[in-house]
Ligand binder design. Structure first.
Ligand code: ARG
Length: 585
């Protein structure tokens, strides 16, 4: 348990004892206690306001604080880790730096991978759907935000103990897919990604662009694409063969990008295999009277009571719609893998779609439907004129990654760090990912954002590379210390009492909470902010407190141990937000 929560329990207990003494019946819980950080460090490390108990005690808050402090002071166990005092309407606690330093260093250095694992989601099965691209064009900047949100939230939920299953549904059918197929069929002349030396999903995207040109010339192209979709649905051999070939190119190309960015899935679903699924459920719902049939034969649901609209679920020709398919896939996913929760990472332009979907599934009586969650995220753009993409408007994911890696490499060369870094191309790629992922995750998902490549790469701002640099710096110091007497000496955490040391210890102590918070709020930005705090804290410590040159060997040993603990947490948290760790940079 963290220090703050353990004090909440003590304060609640002291309040109950004070109440009992005054003949007041009280059942105050730890969750009723508010904990604050006092505005000035002189006041202590934790503060507990007593205002909310004035009514119960029929007493002024400072009087309550006085009697609670008295009760707390009579507990020798509490005294060991902190000194409580009544200050006006507050109970302020000055924590015992030596004792907490010892507890924290022990917890981090001896449990390592288990520290920062709150365990509050043990025995929960969570499915996370993310990325879910269409196979007519390559991944773009918006997908990069989606991908890193989905991957990061999955890692965070798993860190809290959940069993997580990452899934992706590939939209590989529909008229938009036929568009690239048609353009290729008419103008492709049998060219292939290999013959053209182009990444295979980019090759497919080129034909989608070509189709848009064809479409501008008149309605014929669009009609032919519709015709092609009918051929595909009828199972026409030639159309299906072309579809297989081009989808293979698209999907393989995307998988290369996932691999490059460290994104992975436990299962891929393909819409071509699932798109017929919702129909039966809709017919069952029709029998139960949840849906109704219009005169023309189309099946609808009226959601006006839920403050949503009327929605068609089966067209008059019996074909289904986007939402119908999602009804089917949600049900079959639950059948495949009984989840407690299902999270959809999908752009905010689909907010309405998911409201409708979740409402319908609840109406159909699925118990688990109340645990569906749309992790909605805003648009991401580049500042105007930053990078031209093939299509003019959308920024291609691979091109952007190439660009960032080139800029990182240029920086390494400029600083003459090629030799120190070793594999400069590999390191540049990791810096690019660190820059991108940190920038994308540090913004609240619901907000639209601009991605500024130069800013993201800055080595001394609130950026991914700054965090990577901090990790490299600590690693290099630990390498230097390796084998020295200080590195092998007995660790006396009680020597760590400087302000900078204490701040850093408190930040480490807050790590499990930061992980739990990011999971509860479905928002990795709590962890990017945490990482920045931790790095700034280390930087201050490094500046204020000589480590290898500490006046005494014991102190050097304790400071080295603190640095090791910071590195453990830094590595762990970087992994949760998909930023590669670097030994040197
Ligand atoms: N492929 C869709 C699109 O690009 C996103 C799919 C989202 N997932 C879902 N289950 N509806 O718009």
């Amino acid at each position: 348990m963290n220090v703050k929560d353990s004090w909440k329990i003590r304060v609640a207990d002291a309040l109950n004892r004070a109440a009992a003494e005054a003949g007041i019946e009280a059942n105050i819980q730890a969750s009723d206690i508010i904990a604050e950080i006092p505005p000035m460090p002189e006041l202590g490390d934790l503060g507990f306001p007593m205002f909310s108990f004035a009514k119960l005690f029929k007493k002024a808050p400072p009087l309550i604080a006085a009697s609670v402090a008295e009760k707390l002071l009579s507990n020798p166990e509490a005294q060991k880790i902190g000194t409580p005092a009544a200050q006006g309407p507050y109970i302020n606690v000055r924590l015992n730096r030596k004792e907490i330093a010892a507890q924290i260093l022990d917890a981090v250095l001896n449990e390592k991978t288990r520290y920062g694992r709150p365990g509050n989601m043990d025995n929960t099965r969570i499915m996370v759907e993310f990325s879910s691209p269409n196979t007519n064009k390559p991944l773009h900047l918006g997908h990069l935000r989606n991908d890193v949100l989905g991957e990061s939230i999955s890692r965070i939920l798993a860190a809290c103990g959940a069993e997580v299953r990452k899934v992706c549904i590939i939209n590989d059918r529909g008229v938009h897919i036929c568009k690239s197929m048609l353009a290729y069929k008419e103008y492709g002349e049998g060219k292939t990604p290999e013959s053209e030396q182009i990444k295979s999903d980019h090759f497919v995207g080129k034909w989608y662009v070509k189709f848009n040109e064809m479409s501008k010339a008149g309605p014929a192209a669009d009609e032919r694409a519709q015709e092609m979709l009918r051929e595909w649905e009828a199972g026409d051999a030639e159309t299906v063969a072309l579809w297989k070939k081009m989808n293979g190119w698209a999907v393989n190309g995307m998988k290369e990008t996932y691999e490059r960015t460290g994104i992975s899935f436990d299962q891929y679903y393909y819409e071509s295999q699932t798109y017929l699924e919702g129909k039966d459920e809709v017919l069952k719902g029709l029998e139960k009277g949840i849906f109704y049939k219009e005169e023309d034969g189309a099946v609808w649901i009226d959601l006006t009571e839920e403050k949503l609209d009327k929605k068609v679920l089966l067209r008059k020709d019996g074909t289904s719609l986007y939402v119908t398919q999602d009804i089917g896939t949600a049900i079959s996913r639950h059948r495949d893998w009984e989840f407690d929760r299902l999270v959809y990472v999908v752009g905010s332009e689909q907010n309405y779609h998911f409201q409708v979907l979740f409402t319908i599934l609840k109406k159909l009586g699925f118990e688990w439907a109340k645990n569906l969650y749309h992790l909605s995220y805003g648009m991401v753009n580049l500042p105007h004129g930053k990078m031209k993409s093939r299509e003019g408007t959308v920024v291609d994911a691979d091109d952007l990654l190439d660009n960032l890696a080139e800029m990182a490499l240029a920086e390494i060369r400029e600083k003459d760090r090629e030799e120190a870094v070793g594999d400069s191309a590999g390191v540049s790629e990791k810096i690019a990912l660190g820059a991108l992922h940190y920038y994308l995750l540090s913004v609240d998902p619901v907000k639209d954002m601009l991605f500024n490549p130069e800013e993201s790469l800055s080595f001394n701002g609130n950026t991914g590379p700054y965090l990577q640099y901090m990790g490299a710096r600590i690693s290099s110091m630990l390498r230097k210390a390796d084998g020295t007497a200080a590195s092998n000496g007995t660790i006396k955490p009680e020597l760590l009492t400087e302000d900078a040391e204490w701040e850093l210890i408190k930040t480490i102590e807050a790590y499990p909470d930061a992980v739990a918070n990011a999971a509860a709020k479905m928002n990795p930005s709590f962890l990017t902010a945490y990482l920045y705090e931790l790095s700034k804290g280390f930087s201050r410590f490094y500046h204020d407190c000589p480590i290898l040159n500490a006046p005494e060997e014991n102190l050097a040993a304790a400071r080295l141990a603190l640095s090791k603990a910071v590195l453990v947490i830094l590595k762990d948290a970087l992994n949760l937000v998909c930023i590669p760790f670097l030994e040197a940079m």
